[in-house]
Design a protein around this ligand. Structure first.
Ligand SMILES: N[C@@H](CCC(=O)N[C@@H](CS)C(=O)NCC(=O)O)C(=O)O
Length: 196
């Protein structure tokens, strides 16, 4: 059985949501970032970590891509044009949302205090607004990549929720109502109950 290491309220949420969508059983160790339990598997101390038969996989995008490919769900097939487009959206969400939110978090609490530059935050908020418009511009249907739910939706919805918590505006009716639809999914609801 898979073991997922990481507090559900972190990027670990992405992995748990993917497993819930796929209907694959797992065990959860809700360890904190930088704890000994995490460092034993990932020297950087970062979560999430996935354990499978003694093998260690780190990084949320790598983990959910692996799970989707292995279990044949939540993704276009490897080697297809649809997959290339899905991967492009995945990279866009990571570059243009995750990176900005994480930089804001680092300069709010994650970096040692003497290395924080809080003045960067208005610039990050402005850039995030531009990312929202760009991603909205790529959406043509109910999902962010293609015509069915994929791991790109997990990443985008996670970043939209993170933005809410970090007080980064999502000035897009389309993305706000998309976020509501994604959060209404039963697998999301089950995952959210783990994060309480
Ligand atoms: N690219 C990695 C980033 C992992 C990451 O930074 N996780 C955060 C929690 S959401 C963490 O463990 N931070 C602790 C630290 O940076 O020291 C992923 O997507 O899994």
């Amino acid at each position: 059985m898979y073991k997922v290491i990481g507090k559900p309220m972190t990027r670990t949420f992405r992995v748990l949501w993917a497993l819930e969508e796929l209907g694959v059983p797992y065990a959860l160790d809700p360890a904190s970032p930088q704890s000994d339990a995490v460092r034993a598997y990932n020297p950087s101390g970062k979560v999430p970590v996935l354990l499978e038969d003694g093998e260690i996989i780190t990084d949320s995008v790598a983990i959910i891509t692996y799970l989707a490919d292995k279990h044949g769900g939540l993704t276009a097939p490897t080697g297809s044009l649809a997959r290339a487009k899905q991967d492009a959206i995945t990279n866009m969400v990571i570059d243009e949302m995750d990176a900005l939110l994480w930089t804001a978090a680092r300069h709010s609490f994650a970096l040692p205090e003497e290395h924080r530059v809080p003045e960067i935050k208005p610039s990050l908020r402005w850039e995030f607004g531009r990312s929202v418009a760009r991603i909205e511009g790529r959406m043509t249907g109910d999902f962010v990549a293609g015509d069915s739910f994929t791991i790109a939706d997990i990443l985008l919805t996670h970043c939209l929720n993170w933005a809410r918590g970090a007080k980064f505006d999502v000035n897009s009716e389309r993305l706000v109502s998309y976020g509501k639809r994604m959060r209404a999914r039963p697998a999301f609801q089950r995952t959210a109950s783990l994060a309480k």
